[in-house]
Design a protein around this ligand. Sequence first.
Ligand SMILES: NC(=O)c1ccc[n+]([C@@H]2O[C@H](COP(=O)([O-])OP(=O)(O)OC[C@H]3O[C@@H](n4cnc5c(N)ncnc54)[C@H](O)[C@@H]3O)[C@@H](O)[C@H]2O)c1
Length: 266
Amino acid sequence: MTAPSALPGPHASALDLGGRTALVTGAANGIGRACALRLAAAGAKVRAVDRDADGLEALAGQSQGLAGTVEPVLLDLTDLDAAEQAAAGTDVLVNNAGLQMVRPLEEFPPEVFHTVLTVMLEAPFRLIRGALPHMYGQGWGRVVNVSSVHGLRASAFKSAYVAAKHGLEGLSKTAALEGAPHGVTSNCVNPAYVRTALVEKQLADQARAHGIPPQRVLTEILLRDSAVKRLIEPEEVAEAVAYLCTPQAAFITGTSLTLDGGWTAH
Ligand SMILES: NC(=O)c1ccc[n+]([C@@H]2O[C@H](COP(=O)([O-])OP(=O)(O)OC[C@H]3O[C@@H](n4cnc5c(N)ncnc54)[C@H](O)[C@@H]3O)[C@@H](O)[C@H]2O)c1
């Protein structure tokens, strides 16, 4: 008997990950937390990787009663060797951890640029590298990269983030080509602005960079290009990630699934 899900509403995808191991990075908050809970609800044994110990503890509490389990893994992904090792033996890999800084190029701190590229591009490479031997060995695996509209479009003042996400798109497509003969798919999901701490934290930054009051950032900056005028919820992103792990999605690889309210339709 399947335990009830902790998430609101019915799941769109009938996903059974019983007996599978999934690794989700950035699992302590936001989209990563929703993904970890969704995959655990599908029966997976989820390795929840994050550097936020309190968030991981809260996640473990929220996962009680699900069909699968959540194992907290306290890890800073700038430790690339440890990241690669953590991915060994996983059937499903969700590269999700990320961070943002909004600053004009000429003021952008080089050390932050380096960290953003390390966590959001180099760590996914190392995690995929660590996960593939097991996936190839069994002839099945799913890599889902949480990219962004900013993997497909640029916005001013987000040089590191846009560069990292565009790089992640290329990494994902390459993994798709190499993984196909081994039953491994690799895809991106590309949300517009999601209701998470990452967005809340950048309101002040955006206001400063654009020279407008923080209360005008949501409508004038964040939702300006979206035809659907609301933030997307983390659970909606997690459902797309779950869909890409279903048997019905086996032919979908090397693609970028936009969840952007029509932003890239412009
Ligand atoms: N929030 C949005 O609007 C939005 C839109 C499109 C894409 N995304 C992407 O979704 C992903 C998740 O974002 P979110 O909005 O849930 O953010 P969030 O800030 O709520 O969560 C990000 C998580 O990543 C973790 N993390 C950051 N650096 C880390 C490191 N060095 N080691 C380990 N963990 C680390 C944080 O601790 C946090 O738990 C990111 O890749 C982000 O770029 C977010």
